[in-house]
Design a protein around this ligand. Structure first.
Ligand code: UDP
Ligand code: MG
Length: 244
């Protein structure tokens, strides 16, 4: 049995998050149920090695709002997130981590900002020190600075994947490994409007981060050059008049 056509889709990639999933499921229900809007939770298990998939199947069996799928091999956060977006059905897509660092309590704030923008990005800049240690905060600041400089952006926290956007935003998107870091820029290239809102930053509830300093600072550099190229070279046009 699946839920009625949802308005909101919460799309969550999951790799080895067995200690977080039940809590995440509870926290989402506690924050979104009172809004009185139809929603679904789409979790993609990126071929976890722990018991995440067993837990996800159990949660989905008891909750028609939970829709879960498992990839055949570990494909990375971007792929798991994209697979979730493709499977989702809501008019508005929310992306968040499975580790409860992104607090579902912030969800209503996104909805307000979606009234005036196509995409809303969470930024943790003000509260970053609360949920993360110094090295992580520093490496993320440097990565953001370089990213903005080279891609001509002013996104204060591109590494924060707590975002909400209209389904139209992903209609023409080309997806590539690591692209979750550039989603707002790719949306802007397509002509969509993007804004930022402040969100909280909890410590990871359980388990470990999948990224180290190396990954945060350097692994996305190659992608950054591709996005920079796209921003400069891709064109958009609007037909002004037509006959026949
Ligand atoms: N993730 C995934 N596949 C991977 C690595 C990560 O689906 O190969 C998921 C992970 O379970 C989490 C999200 O992507 O929900 C972000 O990962 P993580 O929390 O480790 O990154 P951080 O928040 O530390 O940057
Ligand atoms: Mg995380």
């Amino acid at each position: 049995m699946s839920s009625p056509q949802p308005i909101l889709s919460l799309v969550i990639p999951c790799y080895n998050e067995e200690g977080n999933l039940r809590e995440l499921h509870k926290a989402i229900h506690a924050s979104v149920d009172p809004l009185g809007v139809e929603y679904e939770i789409v979790i993609t298990d990126d071929c976890s090695k722990d018991s995440s998939w067993t837990i996800l199947k159990e949660l989905a069996a008891a909750d028609p709002r939970m829709r879960v799928q498992k990839l055949n091999r570990n494909s990375g956060e971007s792929a798991a997130s994209w697979a979730g977006m493709k499977a989702s059905r809501g008019q508005f897509i929310f992306t968040l981590d499975a580790d409860l660092q992104n607090d579902p309590k912030d969800l209503p704030k996104f909805l307000v900002a979606l009234k005036t923008h196509d995409c809303v990005c969470g930024t943790r800049v003000k509260v970053r020190g609360e949920g993360d240690h110094f090295i992580r905060v520093a490496s993320s600041r440097i990565a953001n600075w370089v990213r903005n400089k080279l891609s001509g952006e002013q996104i204060s926290d591109a590494g924060c994947t707590y975002r909400a956007f209209k389904r139209e935003c992903i209609e023409n998107l080309k997806f590539f490994k690591g692209m979750h870091r550039f989603l707002p820029t790719l949306f802007k290239i397509e002509g969509h409007t993007v804004t930022e809102i402040e969100v909280g930053n909890n410590p990871r509830f359980a388990g470990q981060s999948n990224y180290g300093v190396w990954n945060r600072l350097f692994a996305s550099f190659y992608d950054l050059l591709a996005v920079r190229w796209m921003k400069k070279r891709m064109f958009r046009f609007h037909v002004a008049e037509k006959v026949n």
